[in-house]
Design a protein around this ligand. Structure first.
Ligand code: ATP
Length: 287
C-alpha cells in the first residue's frame, strides 16, 4: 500500500443536553450531531515505525507525540488487531482545537479508518471500548457523515431523521474553552432530554424547531469566554441567519442558513467586521 488520504470532517452539535452524570464521572448527553464539508486531512504512507507530523493553519499547539489522538488511535488499533507495522502519518490541521468541533475526535476516527485499510485489518466498530476510550465524540465521528442522534456517554449512536438542505456558518472568536474545564464548572448536570426531531421537515420548520433547542453547556462556556455572546449577537443580526447556537463546549458557534450561497455571504459579512475571528461557511452533510 503506498499512500492513502482520509478527510476528518468537523462535527457540530446543533443541540446538546446534559442529562446526567454517572458514578464514574462521565456525563450522559443527548445531542443532534451533524458533520460538515470542512475538516482536517490525514495521509498515511509506509514508514519503519509509527510517526506523525502535523501541518496546516492550526498546527501550532497540537501535540505531535503520543498525546495526539491520531497516534493514540493508531496504537489502539495496532494493539487490538495485533499489528506490528509502521505508518508515516501526516495531519493537516484545518480546524481550530479545543473549539467544540471535535477536531481531535475527527482525527482519531480518520486514523482508525485509514490505518485499518493501510494495514489491511478489520476496522474497529464504533461501539468498541477502545474507540470510546479515545474520546466521547469518536464513535459519532466513525458513524458519520449523515446526521446522528448521540446519547449515553457518546456510545449510543443512531441515525437522525434526514434534514432539509441547509448550510452553516461556523465562527470561533479564537478563544479556547477546553471541554474538561467547561464540564467541571457546569452548574446543572441533570437536564431533560432533547425533544424528538420530527421527520421530513422543510427548511423553515427545521429552522423554527432548532431555534427552540438549546446547548446546556452554553451558560458555562459564555461565562468562561464572554466573546461567545459577541459572536451569537453578531450572527443573530444577519438577515439570512435563521437559528444560532454553540457547538460542544465552544467556543465555536454556528448559524443556520438555507444554502451555501447564503453561508458564503454571511461568512463574508462577519469576517469583514471581525478580522481576527475564524469564520467558515460549511455545507451540512446529508448522508
Ligand atoms: P470536542 O468538540 O470533542 O469537545 P474540542 O474541539 O474541544 O473537541 P479538540 O480539538 O479535540 O477539542 O482538542 C482538545 C485537546 O486535545 C487539544 O487542546 C490538544 O491538546 C489535544 N489533542 C490531541 N490530539 C489532537 C488532535 N489531533 N487535534 C487537536 N487537538 C488534539
Amino acid at each position: 500500500m503506498s499512500r492513502l488520504t482520509a478527510d476528518a470532517p468537523a462535527k457540530v452539535n446543533l443541540t446538546l443536553h446534559v442529562t446526567g452524570q454517572r458514578d464514574d464521572g462521565y456525563h450522559t448527553l443527548d445531542s443532534l450531531v451533524v458533520f460538515v464539508d470542512l475538516g482536517d486531512r490525514l495521509t498515511v504512507q509506509p514508514a519503519p515505525d509509527l510517526r506523525l507530523t502535523v501541518g496546516g493553519p492550526f498546527a501550532q499547539g497540537v501535540p505531535t507525540d503520543d498525546r495526539n489522538l491520531v497516534l493514540r488511535a493508531a496504537h489502539a488499533l495496532a494493539r487490538v488487531r495485533g499489528v506490528d507495522r509502521g505508518a508515516g502519518l501526516q495531519l493537516e490541521k484545518n480546524l481550530p482545537h479545543a473549539a467544540g468541533v471535535g477536531g481531535g475526535s475527527a482525527d482519531a476516527a480518520a486514523a482508525l479508518t485509514l490505518l485499518a485499510a493501510f494495514w489491511d485489518v478489520t476496522p474497529l466498530p464504533a461501539d468498541h471500548p477502545e474507540v470510546l476510550a479515545l474520546g466521547a465524540d469518536v464513535p459519532a465521528c466513525l458513524s458519520g457523515p449523515g446526521p446522528l442522534h448521540m446519547t449515553g456517554t457518546g456510545d449510543h449512536i443512531a441515525h437522525a431523521p434526514a434534514l432539509p438542505d441547509c448550510a452553516l456558518v461556523l465562527v470561533n472568536p479564537r478563544v479556547k474553552t477546553p471541554t474538561p474545564q467547561v464540564f467541571k464548572a457546569l452548574a446543572s448536570r441533570h437536564n431533560d432530554p432533547m425533544a424528538d426531531l420530527p421527520h421530513g421537515m422543510a427548511f423553515d420548520d427545521f429552522a423554527h424547531w432548532l431555534s427552540h433547542q438549546r446547548n446546556d453547556l452554553l451558560d458555562t462556556a459564555r461565562s468562561m469566554a464572554p466573546d461567545i455572546d459577541r459572536v451569537l449577537d453578531r450572527l443573530q443580526r444577519l438577515p439570512a441567519v435563521k437559528a444560532v447556537g454553540l457547538s460542544g463546549s465552544g467556543a465555536t458557534c454556528w448559524a443556520l442558513v438555507q444554502d451555501m450561497a447564503a453561508a458564503r455571504l454571511t461568512a463574508r459579512a462577519v469576517q469583514v467586521a471581525e478580522m481576527a475571528w475564524w469564520v467558515a461557511p460549511a455545507a451540512v452533510q446529508r448522508a
